[in-house]
Ligand binder design. Structure first.
Ligand code: F6P
Length: 325
């Protein structure tokens, strides 16, 4: 294995609050341990096209509190092609980058894994996604902040739902995972959550209708995990049709969920994982994602982090149900 002198760092896929804290931790830990650091802009596109700058400690000053990513992010189509990855490898060689730290979600780490296999490049992943859907880590960078943002929004929606005695279907992000929906529902005291991991969508809706809206409550909030086929609008339409006596509204929270200053918890997580990435490189680890389990920083092979479905505690849906009487 060639000696590693220079580490390239990039953020890829949907941004998440805390990515900057991770960039800061990776950069400063690496510099402190004698590596050179290069910031790669716009994800894998920047690696392909040489959008790269030398990073110093000052490059990451005053960013720990900022949402988004100073490195910008992209979902690179070119990097999904063998030609794109070949070009990325040429750029790495020309820039003298010996190892990569990739901060991103499932798609980004899948890209890192393929690239690492094809060119024998040491890659370390950090789980940067609001969706919390990477296997092997209890938490991903950005999830906690987004959860808090959703809860803040739902608290506000509750005020108006109550005043007008309405049922609100609130749609939240999560791609194919219901962590944000389930836990924001619990934290905001919502009446129900409709998530992809639970029984069929139709059953979940029937269950809510049977338990919730027929009771004495004058307002209800249902958190719905986003889905191309049956998001909040779909359920609202069904309830409107079957129960015209109810006043139903939809609120799709959208991209505001990805913004904002990271929570203390996300900043600490990002810092620990970022510093763990450099420990991993020094440990001779290759092609692993750095995660956290039971408060311990751990290494998860890319193949596991990407392939397996992250288990969800579905008992919490029962808890939600019991508390919504
Ligand atoms: O993966 C993060 C995420 O915010 C998902 O929750 C959501 O489905 C998706 O990205 C939205 O992507 P885009 O910003 O490209 O619309």
């Amino acid at each position: 294995m060639n000696k590693i002198n220079c580490i390239g760092i990039l953020t890829s896929g949907g941004d998440s609050p805390g990515m900057n804290a991770a960039i800061r931790a990776v950069t400063r830990t690496a510099l402190g341990r004698g590596f050179r650091v290069k910031g790669i802009y716009r994800g894998y596109d920047g690696l392909i096209h040489g959008d790269i700058k030398d990073f110093t400690s000052e490059s990451v000053s005053n960013i720990i509190a900022r949402g988004g990513t100073i490195l910008k992010s992209a979902r690179s189509k070119e990097f999904t092609t063998p030609e794109g990855r070949q070009q990325a490898y040429e750029t790495m060689k020309a820039e003298g980058i010996d190892a990569l730290v990739v901060i991103g979600g499932n798609g980004s780490l899948t890209g890192a894994r393929i690239f690492a296999d094809e060119f024998n490049v040491p890659c370390i992943g950090l789980p940067g996604t609001i969706d919390n859907d990477l296997y092997g880590t209890d938490l991903t960078i950005g999830y906690d902040t987004t959860l808090n943002t959703i809860v803040e929004c739902v608290d506000k929606i509750r005020d108006t739902a109550n005043s007008h005695e309405r049922i609100f279907f609130v749609e939240v992000m999560g791609r194919d995972a219901g962590f944000l929906a389930q836990n924001s529902a619990i934290a905001s005291g919502a009446e129900a959550a409709i998530i992809p991991e639970d029984s069929t969508d139709a059953d979940q809706l029937e269950h809510f209708i049977g338990r919730g809206i027929r009771k004495s409550k004058n307002s209800s909030i249902v958190i719905v995990s986003e889905s191309p086929k049956c998001g909040a609008m779909f359920y609202a339409d069904r309830v409107k049709k079957e129960y015209p006596q109810y006043d139903v509204r939809v609120s799709i929270l959208g991209h505001l969920q990805r913004g904002g200053s990271p929570s203390a918890r996300d900043r600490i997580l990002a810092t620990r994982l970022g510093s763990g990435a450099i420990d991993a490189i020094l440990d001779g680890q290759r092609n692993v994602m750095i995660g956290i389990r039971n408060d311990e920083v751990i290494y998860i092979p890319f193949a596991d982090a990407i392939r397996s479905d992250k288990p969800m505690n579905l008992n919490l849906i029962k808890v939600l149900d019991e508390l919504s009487i």
